[in-house]
Design a protein around this ligand. Structure first.
Ligand code: XMP
Length: 517
């Protein structure tokens, strides 16, 4: 299942740019399967994938600098269309006999949104307006374009924004068609795929789902499969896929640590009721809370929960006995991030759980390892998972334990759950659900004075947090409408006991983190 056979494939060769995954996602959104490979991938491997097109990504280097990543010259002799983006464009120029130099101040160096004029006779820009905004970020300039190429776009600052050699089917753009700031950028990629590479659009989730279910059935045979279900999107979709493929041979262990949001445990259980699988829900709230009693230090909480999780899972594993396959919900961004060197990002958090030592299995199955998050969600829909599960926002493994500041008690958890549910309800009612990537309530351990009716109160302060982010490594606080914040505040103070003050967190990450602990 690692390599998708039977689909046309485009290869994205990674030169270390920040938008590389985005390029691959866009290509797949256009209905064409693609994979991201390091630029140094041996030619034989590239040839082995029989790509219909190759895309060179951007990157932080200057092509003329010593040691800058280069393209294998043999790539240009494959007869396969190539699109170079930003660094990739300069690389095309540099490799094929043109000249790339540092741009002079004020002239051809460009950052940000730039009005660009296109030659719509070029296949890349066919059918698009002759002028549009593009997103630029380059400090180098193609001083001389290679023989066989012509210029196909320019801006006021830079005469050489795009090049094309239509005979050899090589195209280069200095801007980033993959980012939303570039008008019609996706259409340019689509033009490359469909008009230049001859794509037929054979990458659909419906087909992928059928093919993967069949492949899993064949691989697993009559084997026994174990999956640790967290209730998050990835593990839920992986579970649904396996449930569809092997039904009763699958055991899902869902450890309910009592630190989930309101109704979440029941929702997860209900979502899997339609399959004939062994669904083991371990209600371990008392156990977890017992171990957390008196603990206030955030990292200590995380550690305790992580350890307890493994212990519970091991106990369940022992009851189940020998299994053949253990399923993990690894997705493609994790694969790219851990395997591609240059653009590698170190994840700061791992999911609670890890791999218990005592569970015996022959092999790990990662059925989502070639899918982006949007595709995982689409697959979940294909498999009939409810929308609230498929669109669930990220939720930390230690759950509400790191959103109750200080000691975690059943009383505080109950307060937080109600407040958080109101926040989510109002956000949904205001149509702001997808305007944020993560949002939640935090119960602080600060109490302050208030007045309710004629009496003085001395109760908790609740904090609301909402962020927008693409990678969760940096984040901005969401500019929620005041009316929404007002409704949430009024409802929480009126409907949830022991909260008399609501604040909204207006710090970005960095310097703050997304979670409070
Ligand atoms: P921070 O707070 O570090 O969070 O800005 C970044 C993202 O990671 C999630 N998060 C965790 N996820 N175990 C997890 O599985 C954890 O211990 C953990 N701590 C934070 C957080 O919700 C956000 O999406």
């Amino acid at each position: 299942m690692e390599h998708q056979t039977g689909h046309q494939t485009v290869l994205v060769l990674d030169f270390g740019g920040q938008y590389n995954q985005l390029i691959a996602r866009r290509v797949r959104e256009c209905g064409v399967y693609c994979e991201v490979l390091p630029y140094s991938t041996p030619l034989a491997e590239i040839r082995g994938r029989a790509p219909i097109g190759i895309i060179f990504t951007g990157g932080p280097h200057s092509v003329y600098a010593p040691g800058a990543p280069q393209a294998d010259p043999a790539l240009f002799a494959l007869g396969v269309p190539i699109l170079g983006i930003c660094y990739g464009c300069q690389l095309l120029a540099h490799s094929l006999g043109g000249q790339v130099t540092p741009a002079q101040e004020d002239s051809a160096r460009e950052y940000g949104k730039t009005v660009t004029a296109f030659d719509t006779d070029c296949a890349l820009f066919a059918g698009l307006p002759a002028e549009g905004v593009t997103w630029m970020s380059h400090g180098d300039y193609m001083a001389r374009i290679p023989a066989g190429f012509r210029l196909t776009a320019h801006s006021s600052a830079c005469p050489n924004v795009a090049i094309a050699d239509e005979a050899r089917r090589f195209y280069g753009v200095q801007f980033h068609p993959e980012v939303n700031h570039t008008e019609h950028g996706t259409q340019m990629l689509r033009n490359f795929l469909y008009q230049v590479c001859g794509a037929v659009g054979d990458w659909t989730m419906e087909d992928y789902c059928k093919a993967t279910v069949a492949a899993l059935r064949e691989k697993i045979g009559s084997g026994k499969v174990l999956l640790a279900l967290s209730g998050g999107v990835d593990s839920s979709v992986a579970a649904a896929l396996l449930a569809e493929a092997v039904g009763s041979q699958l055991t899902c262990v869902f450890v309910d640590h009592g630190l989930m949001r309101k109704n979440e445990g029941d929702e997860v259980e209900a979502a899997f009721a339609k399959w004939d699988i062994h669904f083991v829900r371990v209600n371990a709230a008392e156990r977890f809370l017992g171990r957390l009693a008196g603990v206030t230090e955030p990292e200590r909480k995380r550690k305790i929960i992580g350890e307890e999780f493994i212990r519970v899972f091991e106990e369940e594993g022992e009851k189940i006995g020998q299994v053949d396959y253990l399923v993990q919900g690894t997705i493609y961004p994790d694969v790219i991030e851990s395997g591609l060197g240059d653009a590698a990002v170190i994840k700061s958090h791992h999911n609670v759980g890890g791999l218990p030592d005592t569970v015996d299995f022959k092999e790990i199955i990662e059925p989502l390892r070639m899918l982006f998050k949007d595709e995982v969600r689409q697959l979940g829909r294909e498999l009939g998972l409810p929308e609230y599960l498929v669109m669930r926002q990220p939720f930390p493994g230690p759950g509400l334990a790191i959103r109750v500041i200080g000691e975690v008690t059943p009383e505080k958890l109950a307060i937080l759950r109600e407040a958080d549910a109101i926040f989510r309800e109002e956000v949904a009612a205001a149509g702001q659900e997808y305007a944020m990537n993560q949002y939640f309530a935090v119960l602080t351990d600060m109490r302050s004075v208030g007045v309710m009716g004629d009496s003085r109160t001395y109760d908790y302060t609740l904090a609301l947090r909402g962020v927008t982010t693409t990678d969760f490594m940096t984040a901005d606080w969401a500019r929620l409408p005041y009316e929404l914040l007002d409704r949430v505040s009024v409802r929480i103070v009126n409907e949830v006991g022991h909260i008399n003050r609501v604040v909204y967190d207006i710090t970005s990450k960095p310097p703050a983190t997304i979670e409070w602990e």
